[in-house]
Structure formats: C-alpha cells, structure tokens
Design a protein around this ligand. Sequence first.
Ligand SMILES: NC(=O)c1ccc[n+]([C@@H]2O[C@H](COP(=O)([O-])OP(=O)(O)OC[C@H]3O[C@@H](n4cnc5c(N)ncnc54)[C@H](OP(=O)(O)O)[C@@H]3O)[C@@H](O)[C@H]2O)c1
Length: 252
Amino acid sequence: MKDLKICIVGASGKLGQYMVKHALDRGYEVVGVCREASVAKLDAFKGRITVLAGATDDREVIKRAVAGCDGVLTVLVPRGVHGYSTGTAQAVLDHAPPAARLVFSSGWHITCDGRDRYSWKLKALVKIAGPLAKLARFADLDDQVEACRRIFASDTRWTVVRGSDLEEGESQGLPVWSRHVGDPILKTNLTRRVDFALFMVDALTNDELVREAPAIVGRRSPSAVANGLQSDLVERSVGSPPSRRRAVGRHR
Ligand SMILES: NC(=O)c1ccc[n+]([C@@H]2O[C@H](COP(=O)([O-])OP(=O)(O)OC[C@H]3O[C@@H](n4cnc5c(N)ncnc54)[C@H](OP(=O)(O)O)[C@@H]3O)[C@@H](O)[C@H]2O)c1
C-alpha cells in the first residue's frame, strides 16, 4: 500500500506533536501547519516533516498545505473571538482534495445528532466557563460549534473526534468510542492525550469512521473495562489487526 501524504493543521500544539510522531511512525509523509511563533516547537522533527508557518485560518496557507494530501488532521482551536476554528475548518473543507480523509479534533460538548446526554458538570462548565472565556476574549466555544456544524453539513469524508478530559502519560493503546456522550462506556471521561492523537491518526485509514463523530475514552479506563472490554480482551486487541481492534473497540 502506498504511504500516505498527510497534513497536520495545528502541528505545534500538544495534540499536534503527538500526531506528528504517530504519523511518522507509520511512515507517512507529513506537512505541518503552525503559527510562525511556534515553528521552533517542531524542531525535534526537523528534516523529517515539511513545516508551513502561518495562522491556521489563513486560507492561502491551508490551500498550499493540503495540496495533494490523502488526509488532513485538524486541531480545532476555539481561541480568540474571531471565528478561528470556523475559519480553519472552512479552509480545510474548501481546499483539501475531494477524496481526502478529513479528521478534526474537538471536545465532548460538540453534538452531531443531539442525542448526547451530558452530566451536570459538563453542562455547567459550558454554560459558565464558556461565556466567561468569551467575555475575556480568550476563547469562544460557539466557534467550535459552528466549525463542526459546517463539517457535519459537508459532503467531504469527515470524522470529528470528540475528546474526553485529557491527561498526560504513556499510551494505553487505541481509545474506545461511542456515538453518544452519556453511554456507560464513556463514564470515566479520561483519555491520554497521546492516545487521542493515536485515534486521530488511525481514523485516517478507518472508513467505518467516515461521517461519524466518535466520543472517545481511554481503553484502560474503568468504564471501558467494565462495559464490554474485559482487560484480557484489551490485552489481546492492542496490536492486533485493525478489523479485530475495531470490532472490540467500538460501542454504539
Ligand atoms: N484540553 C482538554 O482537556 C481537551 C479535552 C477534550 C478535547 N480537547 C480538544 O483537543 C484539541 C487540542 O487541545 P489541547 O487543549 O490538547 O491543546 P493543544 O494540543 O496544545 O492545542 C492548542 C492549539 O491551540 C493553538 N493556540 C494556542 N494559543 C493560540 C492563539 N492565541 N491563537 C491561535 N492558536 C492558538 C496552539 O498553537 P501554537 O502551538 O501555535 O501555540 C495549538 O495548535 C482541541 O481540538 C480541543 O478542543 C481538549
């Protein structure tokens, strides 16, 4: 199989750097986009990836970066109050080759079909911290909502990966996922950031995830283990062929 050429939009962030590493481990050709001021954060990958410096909502930068790519991994960043996420998403939707796999990152607060059931804690966070962040002109959660609305409405080959709370630490393997927040398997609400990145990269070659918005959780988290993923099954599925892993990891 031909090695993929992929673009990572937001490559210099924590999630982005893990994605670069996973992609290089798979032998993919990587083009990374990040802000001019952040290029040095990618020094560890010098000579192994192509870096394009610029705002990730700059349509010209994105157009050049995604040209000829088989897949695009995009970190949706709701920073500022000027529609940064929406601009990024729209540029990727408009300029990526039509057959490309497009994988976007977001949080559980995004809903695709309105059937997610949120805890009071998450509802309160979105209701209180959201407006405060907007008031301080720091971040705008509605921007990520609008970005995802456009992605869901597009006829591209998209996936929106909805991350739970994140923690650092060694990989536990590919996270498990469900279509709806509120499903018991997601209850632990914690994923290693390195594994969030692994799920994003893996989604590039998983057609089952086309036009899905999987909500993910760590595969060794108590709720994943308790709800259908016995620990011995987890052991056996890590490192097994993709079809086997997905049959075990998916939960709808
Ligand atoms: N943090 C969480 O608990 C959590 C939970 C669930 C889902 N997520 C999702 O995971 C993804 C990654 O988030 P993360 O929190 O882990 O952070 P991250 O990977 O470090 O990404 C932060 C991104 O924001 C960019 N950025 C920072 N300040 C900016 C500014 N002023 N203007 C424009 N861009 C700016 C960074 O670019 P530079 O490198 O240029 O600074 C970087 O690309 C996001 O899509 C988020 O919605 C996060």
